[in-house]
Design a protein around this ligand. Structure first.
Ligand SMILES: C[S@@+](CC[C@H](N)C(=O)[O-])C[C@H]1O[C@@H](n2cnc3c(N)ncnc32)[C@H](O)[C@@H]1O
Length: 447
């Protein structure tokens, strides 16, 4: 594929994800598979798409003095964002080539007027350079523009966690994500998997938060011979969720929100494929992903069913489960590095609605927990309303419920001194391990 086509694919992806909120990682992978890209082109495509999405608000700030209030079609906006992204952040392509390709694309997609306009804007930026953030006086607005997070989000985080933590988080959200995989331990050990990955040319290291986790520092691990049957892609902090379930063999476990099955399969592995994992999710299509993942990893103790887990009391009696995982639907503000489009599509009312659903789910599944059972509640977001305040609320609503104190003792040593520890559980920030931000806690009945 020529570079020109590669940039056309990038533009198409940006329009798709940027405007319609598609899952960037899935769409990029599909485009990579569909267009037979060289390794170098794959890297460039991924970098242009993620980079432009991650820095959209910064790119708008850079473009504003050159575009003014001129109304532009969406595709022209994205073409300008991705061109300026390459000019400012990527060294390997010379500016004149970037401008030339943008002009060619706009000629193909628009009329002469557009290509002349695109040419003029980009040449002006090349000549005059882009503005400095220090011209923005308000610190919240500066952080918002500099790290490309909506101002309401920065303001909310500053209120909840303070400026310094928020600044660290916002800066960490715009760097490339570390890739981690989980080894299927019933098939091979972590050391064996690391040896094989190294022999295939990957640079790897142990992930500290799970004995099954491996960091992959270079190379596309989807091409490894171990994928997908012996290793699965999962973030290190996501692995910590099932690690904290205090699982034993032969337990009866409920995974109330299980798709696509990362944690359900981890639970099954940790129980050595014994006992029962009942995995639910809303729609049959999503539940199939869990079933497929279990089959791929050769795990037989997972039963999948589409169901609204807010109504699980219709199908299960009280005090049925030894362990419950409620990995709740959430705003996803802990995973902005891999899904940068989320930050432009979410708003405060989404957080409020989600926190209501989370509370309904907790009310539905808590009675299903055995008297000596435990429930792990987790989200991949950073927001008190979905995390600490949610737990505070449910503890008040169920006076016989408490946070299991042994949860804190069982945390890996790397987590023992994190700022995100509170009486309600652990908030992991994206900057803590350069991994996804997660909230995890464990509840039990007082007895
Ligand atoms: C954070 S994701 C779960 C990720 C999963 N635990 C994993 O590790 O792969 C939340 C899931 O909750 C599901 N969900 C949302 N509302 C639900 C409901 N009322 N009942 C069951 N599942 C629900 C969503 O479809 C989504 O797949």
């Amino acid at each position: 594929m020529s570079k020109k086509n590669l940039r056309e694919v990038a533009l198409q992806l940006l329009q798709q994800v940027g405007e319609h909120g598609g899952y960037s990682h899935i769409l990029i992978n599909q485009a990579i598979q569909k267009n037979d890209l060289s390794n170098q082109d794959k890297g460039l495509l991924t970098e242009i798409v993620y980079g432009s999405l991650q820095r959209k608000l910064t790119l708008q700030f850079y473009l504003k003095p050159f575009v003014g209030n001129k109304k532009l079609d969406k595709w022209v906006q994205w073409l300008l964002y991705m061109s300026v992204y390459q000019m400012v952040y990527l060294d390997r392509v010379p500016d004149h080539a970037i401008i030339n390709e943008a002009v060619q694309i706009s000629k193909k997609k628009g009329h002469r007027g557009i290509s002349g306009f695109v040419n003029g804007v980009l040449r002006n930026i090349q000549r005059k350079g882009v503005a400095d953030f220090s011209t923005i006086e308000d610190p919240v607005e500066r952080l918002s523009v500099e790290t490309s997070h909506p101002a309401w989000m920065v303001e909310r985080w500053v209120d909840q966690y303070g400026y310094e933590k928020t600044s660290e988080m916002c800066h960490s959200n715009i760097i490339q994500k570390q890739v981690s995989v989980r080894v299927q331990p019933l098939k091979l050990t972590r050391n064996q998997a690391m040896d094989i990955l190294q022999s295939e040319g990957y640079e790897v290291s142990e992930a500290g938060l799970s004995p099954q986790g491996i960091h992959v520092d270079t190379g596309n691990v989807l091409n490894s011979s171990l994928f997908p049957n012996q290793i699965t892609i999962q973030d290190e902090t996501s692995m910590l969720v099932s690690e904290m379930m205090d699982l034993e063999e032969n337990m009866k476990v409920l995974d109330a929100c299980s798709a696509p099955g990362g944690k359900a399969t981890h639970i099954a592995e940790k129980m050595k494929d014994s006992g029962e994992v009942l995995a639910y999710d809303l729609h049959a299509k999503k539940v199939k992903l869990v079933k497929d993942k279990a089959e791929t990893l050769n795990l037989s103790n997972i039963q999948t069913n589409p169901y609204d887990s807010r109504k699980l009391q219709e199908v299960h009696s009280e005090e049925t489960f030894d362990r419950i995982l409620l990995d709740a639907p959430c705003s996803g503000l802990g995973v902005l590095r891999s899904k940068p489009d989320i930050k432009y599509h979410k708003n405060v009312s989404d957080i409020e609605q989600l926190s209501t659903i989370q509370n309904e789910l907790l009310h539905s599944v808590l009675p299903l927990m055995k008297k000596d059972g435990k429930l792990v509640y987790s989200t991949c977001t950073v927001d008190h309303a979905e995390n600490e305040w949610q737990i505070d609320k449910v503890l008040k609503e169920f006076p016989e419920l408490e946070v299991d104190q042994s949860f804190f003792d069982q945390l890996p040593k790397e987590c023992q001194s994190l700022d995100g520890l509170s009486e309600f559980g652990l908030q992991i920030f994206p900057q803590d391990f350069q991994a996804d931000g997660f909230f995890i806690t464990r509840l039990q009945w007082k007895y």
